[in-house]
Write a protein that binds this ligand. Structure first.
Ligand SMILES: [Mg+2]
Length: 386
């Protein structure tokens, strides 16, 4: 069997409301859908997400696809080795493209072997995967209302964006805690916006609302700084921006800088590489949750199979699906009590709706994940809030 084509389609799905966070406000989810075709009719589907879709599409179409077309789709390791070495000097952006290709190849393998992707990743550990109710920066009473809705729908864990204004954050967390009661787990994510002393002060101020964990309080590249925060407070720290690759994970373990990794197949270079980080974390006594660049249902199913086939995901994982006005799947993924049931169909179980792919398809259009296109004056102050 031979791969005959790698087809890409950039898409953009609008959000119901702007997602306001420390680094900007997002209004939609941009991504790149990848379809890998074979001469025997099998088609593998994957999704690349990341900071700049036009660049990722160019990487996939012009740089990576020539290494993939003509190959036997079963030779996954050999194909990925070639791509990885090829982008060794520009791997940060290369990995985003590689991740979508790898997902499509895994989907293809599952379809050829007529087995779900989790069986190619170690086998099923759980039958459903839990997700957080995501709460972005807004007025305390608005956030409290959102939290009540997630609680009523059966979610057991919430994730709140913080990091622009400590006084407002403290009032928001208090309002949410009072709205949902003591059983709900609440984690907060400062997206690197605090300095080390500010992080310690802010966490001490908010820990009385029983924080489950605090995500990336300080700069991604200051591992020593985050280790100092982790030693100073009792709330477990999650590394997000500081934990993109395997090498990052090794550094974080070496410095004992966090208790949990936020793992992204998109940033790690694919699901198999993400799984290597999860395995490493397991040996170091560190928990894992999956992060989200706002994947559609396609990338979400990739994360679902990763979590379902791993032993080290004790908490709810990230998703932006609740903010999206549509999806690319024929049937939208359903959350039951905050969880998605792991599909048992071949590959990732992706039922792509080609009409929706057309509908959300977009041209090379810049979509700012950071900053705020509606507020040109806004500038994030990474690590600068004192
Ligand atoms: Mg984060």
């Amino acid at each position: 069997m031979k791969i005959t084509a790698v087809r890409t389609m950039p898409i953009k799905i609008p959000f119901y409301k702007g997602e306001k966070w420390a680094g900007g406000t997002r209004y939609s989810a941009p991504s790149l859908i990848i379809q890998i075709e074979t001469d025997e009719g099998f088609i593998g589907i994957g999704e690349s997400v990341g900071p700049t879709i036009p660049v990722i599409q160019t990487v996939v179409d012009k740089e990576f696809a020539p290494f993939v077309v003509g190959r036997d789709p079963m030779e996954l390791e050999s194909i990925l080795h070639r791509l990885e070495e090829y982008c060794v000097n520009w791997k940060q952006i290369g990995y985003y493209g590689m991740a979508g290709i790898e997902m499509a190849l895994l989907d293809l393998r599952g379809k050829i072997l007529n087995t779900p992707a989790y069986n190619l990743l170690g086998g099923k550990v759980k039958t459903e995967v839990a997700f957080v109710g995501y709460i972005f920066i807004d007025a305390p009473e608005t956030n409290a209302e959102e939290a009540r809705k997630f609680a009523a729908a059966g979610y057991t864990e919430l994730k709140m964006k913080v990091g622009r204004d400590i006084d407002l954050d403290a009032r928001r967390v208090k309002a949410v805690r009072e709205a949902v009661g003591p059983a709900m787990k609440i984690r907060i994510d400062a997206n690197q916006n605090w300095s080390v002393p500010t992080a310690i002060k802010a966490i001490r101020r908010m820990e009385k609302y029983d924080l489950q964990m605090v995500e990336q309080p300080t700069r991604y590249d200051d591992v020593d700084g985050m280790a100092a925060v982790a030693r100073a407070v009792d709330v477990p720290i999650i590394a997000d921006e500081g934990c993109a690759t395997y090498e990052d994970a090794l550094r974080l373990i070496d410095k004992r800088a966090c208790a949990c990794f936020l793992v992204y197949p998109s940033e790690a270079g694919g699901i198999l590489k993400a799984k290597q980080i999860v395995d490493l974390a397991n040996h170091a006594g560190i928990w894992c949750v999956t992060g989200s660049w706002a994947e559609t249902g396609i990338g979400t199913l990739g994360n679902v199979h990763l979590v379902a086939s791993s032993r080290n995901f004790p908490f709810a994982n990230d998703t932006h699906l609740n903010f999206m006005t549509g999806d690319l799947l024929r049937e939208q993924l359903a959350f039951h009590q905050g969880s998605i049931k792991v599909p048992d169909r071949p590959g990732f179980g992706i039922d792509l709706d080609l009409a929706k792919l057309e509908l959300y398809g977009t041209d090379f259009e810049r979509e700012m994940v950071f900053y705020d296109p509606k507020d040109p004056q806004f500038q994030p102050r990474i690590g600068q809030i004192l």
